[in-house]
Design a protein around this ligand. Sequence first.
Ligand code: ZN
Length: 499
Amino acid sequence: MKPEKLMEKLKGVLGSSYKIYPDSMKQVDGAMFLLAKKDKEKLLVVIGPSNVTGAFSGEYVGEVELKETKEKSKVKISERNHKNLMVLRKLLPWLNPSPCGKRSSFGTGDRLGIATPAHVKAFEGKKCFPFLAQQSVREMSRTGRNWVSVLDDTLWGVFESGYEGPFGADADHVKTIDDLKAAIVAGYTMFTIDPSDHVVDPKTVEKPMAEQIYSELDKEHGFSSRYLGKVYEIGDKKYTFEEDSLREVVITYGKAIDHVEDCYRLLKSENPNPFDLEVSVDETSTPTTPLAHIFIAEELKRRDIEFANLALRFVGEWQKAIDYIGNLNLLDDTLAEHSAIAKAFGPYKLSLHSGSDKFSAYPVFAKHVNDLFHVKTAGTSYLEAIRVVARRNPKLYRRVHDFALQRFETDKASYHVTTDLSKIPDLLEVPDTKLEKLLDEPNTRQVIHITYGSVLTAKGSDGKYLFRDELYETLCDYEREHYEQVTSHIRKHMELLGL
Ligand SMILES: [Zn+2]
């Protein structure tokens, strides 16, 4: 039966209060699945024989002919909950994430859990593997989400979009074994191990302590006999581990690599499915030197740790939600070295974190990593959502903005930013029509970007959310506009990356 004809018949059963998402309509084995919205709630509609509809919880609302045979199929309205999604994932296998391997990829984190259809659209026609689910432990702790709810939100978004291609799910910045175990159980396909709790800044430890760390690690791994005096010729550069430089990288990264190894062994034993591994040392106080990069890559290789991506701390400032701050020529030179090392030891992908809005740095990055890279964004999609709120619900935006300013000092802990609050215009002097322009001002961007957790979870004395419900409602009312805003902003990233 033609989709238009079926839609007509369905409308007859569902009534005019339901809005059907036509892209979501999927027909499998004599049954049909689609997403519909009633008032502000999105619901799963299952049509088919009772052995299919019976597997979902929900309410039967009528019957409709799926085929021309006049045979009637039952229509069931089901909630978008985890249980129903698990049934749906078995029937529509493309709703399951898969590993990426060594292809260029791009991560679109979604703090609100409603942007996936917009993200999917951004990838259209781009030669790039999408990581549609991607949240870090820090993000989830701020928004009150967990591995399962993040993945579920993403998969419902994939279903809504009708997308049937591959995509990954990145458990981002996993620091502890417990968090890793939970991510494995939830079915993630990429694990980004962040060993930063085990990275030691040699400048901050007393000399005897540093000595002790070095000698213990050296005794265990024989670093001095392995590396001292060893020369690496990579590209047109020569790198040598001298006494001091070896000591420095061992003290800094020695324990961190041990932690990565522990995580990897756990993944190998407890995760039955193929997966991507990313090692991220991007959140360190100083940039990763080429020698440190060689040490990390060499050690991961020596321990048979198969990794797809390595996230380094590159030179310059990679602050949240604003463009790159730093010397692009220096970035150019150091990226040339790092990508030569990644090719020599891998090839593996260099992964760029805090990739939101680094527009001036993308062409430089793309020049060196050309076909093998990973980029992560998250906050920028949230900011585009807030831009729609500023445009469509200025009163709400003003409240969010004032609250964000109050929360900023507290919330900025664990983020590295140099925000200057004095540069943010006084809201009383900004007319409604100019509010969204504030989201182009770097300091305002950072304040809004960093306070997302407080904004999304703050409750009043009556126990009700201060902003959350109204934010989601506004974005639901202007859903298409929200999607378009996010899609075009993510595509801007991709285009500057040469995709
Ligand atoms: Zn990171």
